[in-house]
Design a protein around this ligand. Structure first.
Ligand code: FAD
Length: 411
């Protein structure tokens, strides 16, 4: 292999790296993607939110994704005992997309990379970045292929979109304590041979098992459905056996879905992740930016992972290109602060979900339509819209609303 200097090397071809590459391809930048696995490969993160669509559009993917006929997602439903809270993205505050997709990520990520390849982007699959070093303003990236052959690539800039591979976080010692502690998840897919009609068989639903623990049901257009649990590590310790036994015992703890999946076998042995929240000290430095999960992951509860992965991938690509073109970029202001502003909003909603306060707001029997629209815009991922009071004053307004509901209960 000739060791030509690449302007930008992207590590990882998940949604974050692919969106970065899609944008850069449109600008005819010199890029290379290094991807450890062979695609299609399984990944979790199957329920998108509308904000993702803006990013896929800007990176030039909407047409290719449209051909895949993924199941459209128009909203989300939360169930707690006999209470139901439904959010319809067409009834949200402000502008923006009012639908998105529920996607088996193996197919979705393959569709993104196939499109990139058809647009001339070079992707080296089954090529793992094993270490990186920097000198004279350039990165030397050591890679190893499927057969264990090693070589070096030189680049001016690295966009690290390696997800849980956390390549730069590990090599540059950037790991930091997570914002959400000690949460685990276990999940699998089933093939539903007879799916109920209407929203029962089409809409993503979250069932609350207790304040800190919940179950997801995500149907796909290929007939498969994703089922999973998220909760504190301590709750997971209540279940014994192998992953399949644990998963089946958990299913019996659900109320709404208890009997629905009895006749279906699991498509694969349930996968368990512990301590799922991740964080780093900083998300950019000389000649690099971290995007998507390699930077930070909060919690699956509001399906915000791919939205942040694509938002950060797109923005890092724009700034890296400007820098490579000789412009001075203020990464702290233009990158870190933008991502942090959005993460801060979602952090509040995630924190107050698990404190139970947001659940009291969601399941209020007579929600105020205007407030619901504003919260719906947050759930759709429009967390940078400062016209929305539920974005602008996120922490204070949720607390005030919760206190109001408590007073109402006393009166
Ligand atoms: C239980 C759970 C449920 C979730 N549910 C949702 C959801 O419903 N909706 C949602 O939006 N998000 C969800 N998420 C989050 C979502 O999975 C991630 O936010 C999203 O996949 C991040 O995308 P990414 O591109 O950053 O990383 P990834 O999609 O993980 O892609 C990273 C890529 O980098 C490659 N890589 C890793 N190391 C190396 C290396 N050394 N060299 C080369 N390549 C490498 C990997 O092979 C991989 O293909 C969930 C997360 C969890 C844990």
């Amino acid at each position: 292999m000739k060791n030509k200097i690449k302007d930008i090397v992207i590590i990882g071809a998940g949604p974050s790296g692919s969106v970065a590459a899609g944008y850069l391809e449109k600008q005819q930048a010199s890029i290379l993607i290094l991807e450890k696995q062979k695609f299609p490969r399984f990944s979790i993160g199957e329920s998108l939110i509308p904000k993702c669509m803006d990013n896929f559009e800007e990176a030039g993917f909407l047409e290719a994704l449209g051909f895949q006929k993924f199941l459209k997602k128009y909203g989300a439903r939360f169930i707690r005992n006999n209470e139901i809270a439904e959010f319809d993205f067409s009834k949200k505050f402000g502008n923006g997309w009012d639908w998105t997709w529920q996607v088996p990520r193996a197919d979705f990520d393959k569709a993104l990379t196939d499109d990139l390849i058809s647009r001339g982007v070079e992707i080296k699959f089954e090529t793992e970045v094993t270490s990186v070093s920097r000198g004279d303003g350039l990165w030397r990236i050591n890679i190893s292929d499927r057969k264990g052959n090693t070589t070096k690539i030189t680049s001016k800039f690295i966009i690290d979109s390696s997800g849980n591979g956390r390549v730069l976080a590990k090599h540059l010692n950037l790991e930091a304590p997570p914002k959400i502690y000690n949460h685990s998840s276990i999940f699998t897919h089933i093939k539903e041979s007879s799916r109920p009609n209407g929203i029962e068989g089409a809409q993503i639903t979250f069932e609350v098992l207790n304040t800190k623990t919940w179950f997801w049901y995500i149907p796909f257009s290929n007939g498969d459905s994703s089922l999973g649990f998220v909760g504190p590590n301590s709750w997971f310790k209540n279940f014994e056996g192998n992953n399949e036994e644990v998963f089946n015992s958990m299913l019996r703890e659900t109320n709404y879905y208890k009997d629905r999946f009895d006749s279906y076998s699991l498509k694969f042995n349930p996968v368990k992740f512990s301590n799922i929240s991740k964080n780093v000290k900083y998300i950019h430095g000389e000649g690099f930016a971290l995007t998507g999960n390699s930077a930070e992951f909060l919690d699956p509860v509001f399906s915000s992972g791919v939205a942040f992965a694509t938002e950060s991938g797109l923005l890092a690509a724009k700034l890296a290109l400007r820098e490579n073109n000789g412009e001075k970029v203020n990464w702290e202001l233009e990158y870190s602060r933008h991502i942090k502003n959005g993460v801060d909003v979602f952090s509040t909603y995630v924190k107050e979900w698990y404190s139970g306060k947001l659940q009291e707001i969601f399941f209020h029997p007579h929600p105020n339509p205007q407030i619901k629209e504003q919260i719906c815009a947050v759930l759709a991922g429009y967390v940078w819209d400062s016209k929305n009071p539920f974005v602008r004053n996120h922490a204070r307004i949720l607390e005030n609303l919760y206190q109001l509901i408590q007073k109402e209960k006393i009166v």
